[in-house]
Ligand binder design. Structure first.
Ligand SMILES: [Zn+2]
Length: 57
């Protein structure tokens, strides 16, 4: 399955056995996304909560 990167429109290959919540990385821009599926079974990429933003200190 292929999914489009919301950031750069690049193509991200989703492994067949990927499950919801899996983290996928865009090969083009390197951003990480959490994989979700909509009700049609289409893949949907949600920006992953990445560490390193603000540790509150
Ligand atoms: Zn990308």
């Amino acid at each position: 399955m292929k999914c489009k990167c919301p950031e750069c429109d690049g193509e991200i290959t989703i492994p067949k056995d990927a499950v919801e919540g899996e983290i996928v990385t865009c090969p083009d821009c390197g951003l990480e996304y959490e994989l979700t599926f909509d009700k049609d079974g289409k893949c949907n990429l949600k920006t992953a909560e990445v560490v390193g933003e603000d540790w509150g200190e």
